[in-house]
Ligand binder design. Structure first.
Ligand SMILES: Nc1ncnc2c1ncn2[C@@H]1O[C@H](COP(=O)(O)OP(=O)(O)OP(=O)(O)O)[C@@H](O)[C@H]1O
Ligand SMILES: [Mg+2]
Length: 362
C-alpha cells in the first residue's frame, strides 16, 4: 500500500504531501489541481515503464509541466520531484532541465533525470537502506548478494533507470519496486466518441486488465465472465441498468459488447449504446478485474453519469477497495456519501491560493 506521496513543482502542485489510506477521495472546485495530482502519480508510474519523456511531451513538455509560479531560483534551476513511500520502499525521482551544453543542440528542453533513489521502508532514508542511488548518469545499486555496485552500462539521461534495468534477477529489490510501480492502474475519461475503439469490434485475447483507454472492454468483460466474479458484475449492472442485460460476442476473435433491453426485439451493439452506458461498463470491468492491482486511480469517474447510477458506482468502488488501494478524484459529495455507507475512507479537500494547490485532510 502507498503510505505517502510527495510532489514538488508539478503544475499547480508546488509542494504537496499526503498520507494515504486504503480508499482515498479527493474533492475540490474546478481548477484546484485534482487532475494535476492524479497526473503526477500517473507520471511516476509511467517513468517506471520507461515513458517519462513521452508522457511529459504529451503534457506539453517539462517547461509547461513545471510549476510556473514566481520564485527566487530560476525556472530552469528548479526540479520536478515525485516520491512515494509504500509498505516496502521509498522511491524518489527528480527531473530537471539539461545543464548548459558545450555543443549546439536543439534538445535543450529535454527532461533530464537528475536524481533517483530507492530506500527500503523503515530506516528513515538512511544510507544502509538505500538500494538505488542515481546522480545524473552515475548509478549505484545493491545486487542480489547485498553488495553495493556501480552500474556498468551507460544510462539514457531522459528516462528513469527502471526502463533501463537489464538483468533484473541481479537486482531483485530494484526490479521489485519497478514491477510494483508500473502495475498501478489509471483510468480517466474513456473516449466513447463515435469512432472510438470502445465502440468498434476489437481483436481480443484473455484480458484480466482493462486498458487505460478501455478499448479491450469486450475481451475484459468476457474474461470476468469466464474467470472472474460474474455474480457481482451482473448484480451491479442490473442495479445500474435494471431493464438491460450485457453480453459479449465474437466473430473470428473480433470481440464486441452487446446489450439486450426489455421491449427491443434485437440486441444493441456497442456502437448504439449511450456514452454513459459505455463509461459505466468500462468502470465496472476495470474495478472488478480478476487480477486486482495494488493501486487504482480514478479521475472524476462520475462525469457523464446520471445521479441514479451513483449507488452502483459507490458499490463498485468499495468492492474494489477490498483488494486494491483506491485514489478517487471526484466532484460528487453524493458519491462520497454513498461510499461511506459501505465503509471508511480518507477524504481530502483541495483548494488553490497563489497558484498553488493546498491540501486539507478532513
Ligand atoms: N505549469 C503550471 N504551473 C502552475 N499552475 C498550473 C500549471 N499548469 C496548470 N496549472 C493550473 O492547474 C489548474 C488545473 O488543475 P487541474 O486540471 O488539476 O484542475 P481540477 O481540480 O482537476 O479541475 P476540474 O475539476 O475542472 O477538472 C489550473 O488552475 C491551472 O492554472
Ligand atoms: Mg480535473
Amino acid at each position: 500500500m502507498i503510505r505517502h506521496i510527495h510532489i514538488d513543482n508539478y503544475r499547480s502542485a508546488k509542494n504537496i504531501s499526503l498520507e494515504l489510506s486504503q480508499l482515498n477521495i479527493i474533492f475540490g472546485p474546478n481548477g484546484c489541481g485534482k487532475s494535476n495530482i492524479y497526473k503526477a502519480i500517473h507520471l511516476l508510474s509511467g517513468a517506471a515503464s520507461g515513458q517519462l519523456s513521452s508522457m511529459l511531451s504529451e503534457e506539453g513538455g517539462i517547461q509547461n509541466t513545471m510549476w510556473s509560479g514566481s520564485e527566487r531560483s530560476s525556472h530552469r534551476a528548479r526540479r520536478l520531484c515525485l516520491s512515494c513511500e509504500t509498505d516496502d520502499f521509498d522511491y524518489e525521482l527528480q527531473v530537471g532541465f539539461p545543464d548548459k551544453l558545450p555543443y549546439p543542440t536543439q534538445f535543450d528542453l529535454d527532461p533530464i533525470v537528475k536524481e533517483e533513489h530507492i530506500w527500503l521502508t523503515g530506516f528513515n532514508r538512511r544510507p544502509c537502506s538505500q538500494v538505488l542511488k542515481r546522480k545524473n548518469q552515475a548509478v549505484f545499486l545493491t545486487n542480489v548478494h547485498g553488495e553495493k555496485v556501480t552500474h556498468a552500462g551507460s544510462i539514457y539521461e531522459n528516462e528513469s533507470f527502471f526502463g533501463q534495468l537489464g538483468e533484473p534477477h541481479l537486482y531483485p529489490e530494484v526490479s521489485q519496486v519497478r514491477e510494483t510501480i508500473r502495475n498501478w492502474r489509471f483510468y480517466h475519461e474513456f473516449d466513447v466518441s463515435r469512432k472510438s475503439g470502445i465502440r468498434q469490434p476489437q481483436v481480443g485475447f484473455r484480458s484480466p486488465i482493462l486498458s487505460g483507454d478501455g478499448n479491450n472492454l469486450a475481451a475484459a468483460f468476457q474474461t470476468i465472465v469466464e474467470i472472474g466474479d460474474i455474480e457481482l458484475l451482473t448484480e451491479i449492472l442490473e442495479s445500474a441498468f435494471p431493464e438491460c442485460a450485457f453480453f459479449c460476442i465474437n466473430d473470428h476473435a473480433r470481440f464486441s459488447m452487446m446489450m439486450n433491453r426489455k421491449g427491443l426485439s434485437r440486441p444493441l451493439e456497442s456502437s448504439e449504446m449511450s456514452d454513459g452506458t459505455l463509461r459505466f461498463l468500462c468502470l465496472a470491468v476495470a474495478l472488478l478485474s480478476p487480477r486486482p492491482p495494488q493501486f487504482i486511480a480514478l479521475n472524476e469517474p462520475e462525469n457523464s453519469l446520471h445521479p441514479q447510477m451513483l449507488p452502483a458506482l459507490a458499490k463498485l468502488i468499495s468492492e474494489a477497495s477490498r483488494y486494491s488501494q483506491i485514489w478517487l478524484t471526484s466532484h460528487s459529495p453524493e458519491l462520497a456519501n454513498l461510499i461511506s455507507k459501505h465503509g471508511v475512507f480518507q477524504l481530502y479537500e483541495l483548494s488553490m491560493t497563489n497558484g498553488q494547490t493546498n491540501i486539507h485532510q478532513l
